[in-house]
Design a protein. Structure first.
Ligand SMILES: N[C@@H](CCC(=O)N[C@@H](CS)C(=O)NCC(=O)O)C(=O)O
Length: 210
């Protein structure tokens, strides 16, 4: 089994934090996606989405998508990792928050970043190289969507220690990466005191330290 990563990439960082929290290490190869390694063979044929991270299993199966990779690692290390929850209620709650954090925060903010900065000219959509143009509307929509999410989450965190309740979970890693994207796009998060408090507590965990 081998994990393909590019350490500076936000999605790779999520898997890296997950592995550190789980205290699991696997063989890893760095692909420099800024230089286009993902479009060179054999990687181009291995992963149709041309993004990192992706995991190649010993039978040749390729799994991409951060959360799919993390879930596979948890389920194939039965009992050793428990970041997706252990009861039906916890699993549903973690899934709910992971989805809302990605749909309303991580994905629109990532799209916003790729549409805001000139360095993404010609690669506005991850894993593509084409002439799609950057758009300010997508930047603004990403920021608006994230703000609505953060307002909701901040109120909810009045009562809860972590994103999905009392225990740390993979949803906290999703939140942390979403907040890093918010920072990269230039959103001011000062009004979200509960979120910032959780961010501080997360950044003090060993797995989150760079
Ligand atoms: N939805 C994917 C996103 C993966 C993704 O966007 N990866 C970026 C790095 S953060 C990438 O590989 N980009 C390659 C490119 O820009 O061509 C996931 O969560 O794993």
């Amino acid at each position: 089994m081998k994990l393909y990563q590019f350490d500076p990439a936000p999605a790779s960082r999520r898997v890296d934090i997950f592995l550190k929290e789980a205290d699991v290490s696997i063989a890893t190869e760095q692909l420099n996606v800024r230089d286009g390694d993902q479009f060179k063979e054999p990687f181009n044929s291995l992963n149709p989405f041309h993004c990192v991270p992706f995991l190649e299993l010993s039978d040749g199966t390729v799994i991409s998508e951060t959360l799919a990779i993390c879930r596979y690692l948890e389920e194939s290390n039965q009992g050793k990792i428990n970041l997706f929850g252990s009861t039906p209620k916890d699993r549903a709650s973690i899934e709910m928050w992971n989805r809302r954090l990605e749909i309303d925060g991580y994905i629109p903010l990532m799209a916003g970043i790729r549409n805001k900065f000139e360095r993404f000219d010609g690669k506005v959509l991850a894993g593509t190289r084409n002439d799609l143009k950057r758009s300010d509307i997508i930047v603004k929509r990403g920021e608006d969507s994230a703000r609505i999410l953060f307002e909701r989450l901040d109120k909810y965190l009045d009562k809860y220690l972590f994103v999905a309740g009392k225990e740390f979970s993979v949803a906290d890693i999703t939140l942390f990466s979403t907040l890093e994207l918010a920072n990269n796009i230039g959103l001011n998060l000062d009004e979200y005191v509960n979120i910032l408090d959780l961010k501080t507590r997360l950044s003090e965990r060993d797995a989150f330290k760079k």
